[in-house]
Design a protein around this ligand. Structure first.
Ligand SMILES: [Zn+2]
Length: 184
């Protein structure tokens, strides 16, 4: 029991390290995620908009253990492909002319190919998807907000806690289906 909790803690630390940076690193608490609750971070620096998110795999593909069937592997591949399309998931103010320059998506569920049998396969621990996006904007002064379309792509997603570092300071909001706009 203790060993299991410890391994979850370590897994989350790795995830938190990926997400943390600057002022965000101060955010505390290493605890397992809650299904239905994703976290996103957004920062505007000059003409660059950086967005990161962390979602329970449950909300993305419906399971969190290593995929065991072809159907589950296909679901992970499809989710990875969908999540790489950052422009379809985060709609920044069109007048700002933002283009996706870089997108990285990671999940432990996609790592089974490398070593064949994966140790995590037998463990029922929480797994997540992480996304990291860089947008470059032609007219950053015109940025007014972002519409988050993850809810349309992944119907089991219920809530996204957004923390943002904007030119005017830090802001936070909770987005939900039907309330998926974050205004800057
Ligand atoms: Zn979970």
């Amino acid at each position: 029991m203790l060993a299991k909790r410890l391994s979850i803690g370590i897994g989350f630390c790795v995830a938190a390290a990926l997400l943390s940076g600057g002022a965000w690193a101060a955010e505390g608490g290493h605890k397992a995620h809650v299904h239905g609750e994703s976290k996103a971070k957004l920062a505007i620096e000059g003409n660059v908009v950086e967005i990161e998110f962390e979602s329970p795999a449950h909300d993305i593909v419906g399971f969190e253990s290593m995929p065991k069937t072809d159907k589950q592997r296909a679901a992970v591949d499809a989710a990875m492909a969908a999540l790489k399309k950052g422009e379809a998931l985060f709609r920044l103010t069109p007048a700002a002319g933002c283009k996706l320059r870089e997108a990285e998506v990671e999940t432990p569920l996609a790592e089974s190919d490398h070593k064949g049998e994966h140790k995590h396969a037998e463990e029922e621990e929480h797994s997540e998807f992480h996304g990291h996006y860089h947008f470059r904007c032609a007219q950053p002064d015109r940025l007014k907000g972002v519409e988050v379309l993850l809810f349309d792509a992944f119907r089991t997603m219920r809530e996204i806690e957004v923390g943002a570092i904007l030119p005017g300071g830090q802001r936070a909001a909770t987005l939900k289906p039907g309330a998926n706009r974050f205004d800057f």
